[in-house]
Every structure is written in structure tokens, then in C-alpha cells.
Design a protein around this ligand. Structure first.
Ligand code: CP3
Length: 357
């Protein structure tokens, strides 16, 4: 099997393809009428747990938008199935029994996510069949901090007071929890890789909840361990898969995040792409970073803003275009398509070729 479109993987590996590759975080979801049609029949969790349906939804934005990569349809919180931690989607995640006390944490069960979240591994195989090598498939998980934040807060949070209470009153207990989570997530991503994904992305959506000092002390070592464990895994008969690290709220954290040797550094929309490249250096591959809100404006604006970011990205080793966070559910799919077209039409830096004469 060989992929028909390698631009995304080429960029992840530090090469500059002819056209800047593009995909969108949350590209399969409620802004698409064809997604809503399926969701009218099944719940979100049923969709995640039914490999053929998850594959159908994964492919929807490939057909409609012409993006250069697919992302597995799932959620960062389904991994809790390996820990017997219940989660409901209303549609935001809610945990009826958050994990807060020492007894809660010490009572957690750390199962094998490959065996116990096997529907995700089956969904990967179903997606690969459905994609038929048109574009690569990205697997994903939440970063240890974002995943533990949901576990502790019991859902989304504005101020992360339960997490901070734990970090500052029982740092050793928090460290143990994060270390265990990092190991579980590594097994989970390695399972997705062995099932066939071509790249993985780690979402640290809540990294910005901490200031740089505490991010470096309490979060970074566990994210680094996760990235390095996954990078140490070479799937049988294939190349090692690239690891993308996306930490949101990262204008202040990027210099620290960049000390982790992820193959690609995600950049959120809180910083200019050019400034982000100054911070991470010209030898790193970057991904991002159009404000998803721009897609609510007119197509001419979307076109101009997308091409500005492509131009800025030319100074990086390579650039994967993306939004600076997930697409909003009120986005007109035609506007998302206008963004993808603008990226593909943008003049890019000449690919670096080795002279053969
Ligand atoms: O990118 C994709 O298209 C793949 C699918 C995907 C989903 N969630 C589907 C989903 C991915 C990669 C995620 C990751 C995820 N989930 C993150 C990290 C990315 C980010 O946005 O920061 C986080 C923090 C979650 C947790 C989560 N799950 C939230 C906050 C919500 C509610 C979001 C909302 O739009 O209301 C979910 C539910 C969820 N995950 C939906 C989808 C399509 C909506 C569920 C529905 O159909 O009702």
C-alpha cells in the first residue's frame, strides 16, 4: 500500500512539499450537515464505539473539503474506558464521579487501553479501509495534563481550582497520577500506530491553565515522556510515525514546549506564526494557526488571512497549515473549503532540492 497524497507526512518529516498541506482540528463534527444526519440517529458515544460509523464520519471532511489528512473520529476521553471511569457527553464531557482525593487516585485502575478500548483500534482499521490510501490518517490522545484535568475537574473548567489544589497541596500524588497517565496514553497511541495510523497528535488543550513555572515543573516532564515513548516505537514493516504536539494557550509556553523533541509543534492562534517560528527556531516543523473565528468572516478575508499564514510559515523547516484550535460548530462548510483552497493555491517556498549535477 502506498499513499496517494504524501504532502502532510512529508511536511511532518521536515520536507517541503509542492503545496502546503492542510487539515483542520475537529474537521469531522457538528458544522457538517452530513455529520449531523448521522448524529440524529446515534449518540456521540455510540458513534465513537461503532467502527464503521466512525470511519464514515472520518471520511466526510476529506470528500467535502479536500484536506490532506484525515483525523480519526473519536474523543480524547474515551480512553477512560480502560480505567472504568464513566464519562457522559452532554455534548460537553461530564464525569459523574470526578477523581479528587488521595483515596480516589490510589483506587484508580490502570487497564490496558489496547485491549479495553479495542473499538478505537477497530475504528483505525475501518478508517484505513475507508480511506483507501487517499490521504494519511492521524490518531490522537489528550496530553497527560489535559486528560488528568478532566479526571479531576469532572468536566471543563474555567479556573482549574481542583487541579491546582491537588498540584499545590499534594504534588507527589499529582506526579504519580501524571506519570501513570503518561504511561497509559503511550500504550494507547502505540496501539493506534500498530492498528495503522500514519501520524499521531497529542492535544494539550488546557496547558495554558498553568503559568510557565508550574507548566515546566508539573506538566512538561510527563508530556516529554509520552512523546519520547511513542517516538521510540517503530511499527513492524513501517517507518516511525511523526508525533505532533499541540499545547493550547501557548504564546507563553511555546519556548518550553519546544524543548520537547516532537516532530511537529502545534501553534495556537494566540501568537503570530512568524513570532512562533522566532521562538521555536527555523529548524522545527510547525502546524497552525488561523483563528477559527476568521472562518465566520467573508471568503475574501479567509483567503487573505490563510495566505498570510502560509507566507509566514515559509521560514519554518516545514509547515502544516491548520486552525489555531478546533473549528467552531457554527462555521459554514463552504468557508472551511475556501480556507483549504486558499492554502493550496498559495505560492509556497520552493522545495529544497539537492542538485544532482
Ligand atoms: O478533530 C476531529 O475531527 C476528530 C474528532 C475529535 C473530537 N474530539 C470529536 C468530538 C477530536 C480530535 C476531539 C478532541 C477533544 N475532545 C479535545 C482536544 C481538542 C480541543 O478541542 O481542545 C477535547 C478538549 C475534547 C473533550 C470534548 N469532547 C469536548 C470539550 C466536547 C464538547 C465539544 C463541543 O463541541 O460541544 C467533546 C464532544 C465532542 N468531541 C464532539 C465531537 C464532534 C461533539 C459531540 C456531538 O456530536 O454532540
Amino acid at each position: 500500500m502506498s499513499l496517494q497524497n504524501t504532502s502532510f507526512l512529508d511536511a511532518c518529516r521536515g520536507h517541503r512539499p509542492e503545496r502546503t498541506p492542510v487539515w483542520l482540528m475537529r474537521q469531522a463534527g457538528r458544522y457538517l450537515p452530513e455529520y449531523r444526519a448521522i448524529r440524529a440517529k446515534v449518540s456521540f458515544l455510540e458513534l465513537c464505539r461503532t467502527p464503521e460509523l466512525a470511519a464514515e464520519v472520518t471520511v466526510q471532511p476529506i470528500d467535502r473539503l479536500g484536506v490532506d489528512a484525515a483525523i480519526l473520529f473519536s474523543d480524547i476521553l474515551v480512553v477512560f474506558d480502560a480505567m472504568d471511569v464513566a464519562v457522559e457527553f452532554k455534548p460537553g464531557p461530564v464525569l459523574p464521579q470526578p477523581v479528587r482525593t488521595r483515596a480516589d487516585i490510589e483506587g484508580l485502575r490502570w487497564g490496558d487501553p489496547v485491549a479495553e478500548v479495542s473499538y478505537v483500534m477497530d475504528a483505525v482499521r475501518a478508517c484505513k479501509r475507508a480511506l483507501a490510501d487517499r490521504v494519511p490518517l492521524i490518531g490522537f490522545c489528550g496530553a497527560p495534563f489535559t486528560t488528568c484535568s478532566y479526571l479531576i475537574e469532572g468536566g471543563g473548567s474555567r479556573d482549574f481550582l481542583e487541579v491546582k489544589k491537588l498540584i499545590f497541596s499534594a504534588p507527589e500524588l499529582f506526579r504519580q497520577l501524571m506519570a501513570n497517565m503518561s504511561a497509559l496514553l503511550a500504550d494507547y497511541l502505540i496501539g493506534q500506530i500498530d492498528a495503522g495510523v500514519d501520524a499521531v497528535q497529542i492535544f494539550d488543550s488546557w496547558a495554558g491553565a498553568l503559568g510557565p513555572r508550574d507548566y515546566v515543573e508539573h506538566v512538561l516532564p510527563h508530556t516529554r515522556a509520552l512523546v519520547e515513548r511513542v517516538q521510540a516505537h517503530v511499527p513492524a514493516g513501517r517507518e516511525r510515525v511523526p508525533v505532533i504536539l499541540f499545547a493550547r494557550g501557548n504564546a507563553n509556553l511555546l519556548a518550553h514546549t519546544a524543548t520537547i523533541p516532537a516532530d511537529v509543534l502545534g501553534v495556537d492562534w494566540s501568537i503570530g506564526m512568524s513570532e512562533a517560528i522566532d521562538i521555536v527556531g527555523p529548524e522545527r516543523v510547525v502546524q497552525g494557526n488561523l483563528d477559527p473565528g476568521v472562518l465566520l468572516g467573508p471568503k475574501a478575508l479567509i483567503h487573505a488571512r490563510a495566505q498570510e499564514i502560509v507566507a509566514a510559515g515559509a521560514r519554518a523547516k516545514a509547515h502544516v497549515f491548520n486552525l489555531g484550535h478546533g473549528i467552531s460548530r457554527v462555521t459554514d462548510p463552504e468557508h472551511a473549503k475556501a480556507m483549504v483552497d486558499a492554502v493550496h493555491e498559495a505560492p509556497t517556498a520552493k522545495p529544497r532540492r539537492h542538485a544532482r549535477l
